[in-house]
Write a protein that binds this ligand. Sequence first.
Ligand code: FES
Length: 569
Amino acid sequence: MAERGLRKGLTSYGDAQFSLFLRKAFIKAAGYSDDALDRPIVGIAATGSDFNPCHGNMPALVEAAKRGVMLAGGLPMAFPTISLHESFAQPTSMFLRNLMAMDTEEMIRAQPMDSVLLIGGCDKTLPAQIMAAVSADLPAMVLPVGPMVVGHHKGEVLGACTDCRRYWAAYRAGTIDEAEIEAVSGRLAPSVGTCMVMGTASTMALMAEALGLALPGSGSIPAPHAERLRAGEAAGRLAAEMARSGHPRPSEIVTSGAIRNAMTVLQAIGGSTNGVIHLAAIAGRAGLTLDLEALDGIGRRTPVLVDLKPSGRHYMEHFHAAGGLPRLLVELADLLDLSLPTVAGGRLGDALTQPKDRHPQDVIRPRGEPLKREGAIAVLRGNLCPLGALIKHSAASEALMRHEGRAVAFESLADLAARIDDPALDVAAEDLLVLKNAGPKGAPGMPEAGYLPIPRKLAERGVKDMVRISDARMSGTAFGTIVLHVAPESAAGGPLGLVETGDRIRLDVPGRRLDLLVEEDELARRRQRRATVARPALPERGYARLFQESVLQADRGCDFDFLVPGGKG
Ligand code: FES
C-alpha cells in the first residue's frame, strides 16, 4: 500500500526511517502531537498576499477550511504559493499564470499531503491551481474566495470592473471630471473578493463548479458573507474525506464530458473569453484538446440565460441570491451530462435546485426567455485567423456584427499608446482598429489589451464602440465589438502581422468569418518583406526566456509545451 500522511514523499537522505524521524522531529517544533501527525493530511494551498486584495478573506477561509478538516478527523496543513492579482502583476498576470501552475503542482508533489484544497479566485489563480491539480493528479478540490459585494455611486449600483471602464470612458470623453472619477475609484471595489460582474474570476469559479471540482453553489457566495466561511468549512470536511479515501482524483473528474459541460455553462453565463484559454489549458493538462468548433456549436444551441454585466444588468450577489449555478443547471439540464461525478461524491445532477427551492427571480432566465438567443462567445475562422479567433458577441454591438471597413493598424502596444489619441490620427468611426504583436509571445504574455480605447477625438463625438481586432486578450468585464485571441499571433508569423492601414477587413459574426480582403500576391510580397526583418532577441535568462521558448498559442491555452502531455511533439 502507498504511504500516506507524514510518511509520504520522504526527503532523500538515503535512509527512509531517518528521513521520517527527522521530519517528525521538525514538525513537532510546531507543537503537533503524534495523534495529529497520524491523521490523513489535507494540504491547503493558501494564496493570500498583500498584493492581492481580491484574496483579502484568505486568512478567514483558511481557518474555516482547517476547522472543517479537523471536524472530519484530518490534519490540515496550509502552505503558500504564488498569488496573482490582475492589477499588480507586470507585464500581465497571464505571463505568470504558468509559473503559478508550476509552483502549485510542484508543491503538491513535493510535500506530504493526501489531498489538496486549492483556495483562489482572482482571474489567473483558479486556472493555475486547476492546471496544477490535473497534472499532479492527487485528490483535489477548489474553494473560490467569492465575489465582492456591489458598490454605489449617486444612486447607481457599481461593479468592478465593467463600470470601471464605463466611467473611465466617460472621463476620457470629458463627460465627468477629475473629482468624480476619484470618487468613483473608491466605490468600484467596496469589499474583498473577486470582481462581481461576469468577468474571468466569476467565469472560472462557475466553471470549476460545472467541472465538478467545487461544492455546488460555492462559486457565487459573496466573499464577505458568513455563508462563504461555512462553504470553507464544508470544503475542508470534504477534502479530509478525499484524503482518507484517495478519491476522486482530477483524472476522474476532468474528462471530455466535464469539459463540454463547462463549455455549455461558459456560453450560458455570458462568460469571459479568457475562460476559453484557461479551459483549453486545463483540458490540455488532462491530455484533451479543447475543440473550438464544438465550443461554437454549443454556443449556437445554448442561449445566454444569466442577466449579469457586462452582457446584462445584475451582479454576482444577485446571481447567488437567485440560486447560483445549481439553479442555472436546472435550465440547462438537457444540454448537460448530469451523470458525471463531482468531488462532492455524487453526480452533477445531484446539485440541481429542487422544485420546492425555486423562487421567482429575474437574474437566471428560463430557456424560453433568454437574455441572448445564442451563447456568449463565437469562434471565427478566416484568412486573418487560421487557428481561430473569438468574439464575445453577447457583449458587443448588434449593428457591428456584420461589418466591412478600412483597417487602422498599430504595430504594438507602444505604437497604440503613442498614436491612439493623436488628433492627427486618420481614423473614422466605421474603421476597424487592429493591434498587432500583443499575443502570447509578442507582448509578451498576451495582455488584456484587446479592448483598444476609442480614439479620443471619436469618443468626444460620442462614438462608443468600433470593431477592434487583436491577438491580445480582453478582460471578461469589458463590453464592445472586440475580436480577440487571433491565432497564430503576429509575432509567431500569423497573418495579423501583415495587416496595413488602409486594408479592408470583413467581419461576419453570424457567418463566423474574419477575412483580410487583400490579394494573395500582395500578401505574399508582405510575407517576404517580413521574413527579412530581424526578430527580437530572446530574453537572456530566467522565466522570460522559458516563456518565449515554450508558450503555446491561444488555441492551446497558452500553456507551456513541456507541461502538456505530448506537447513537445
Ligand atoms: Fe481580482 Fe478582478 S482584479 S478578480
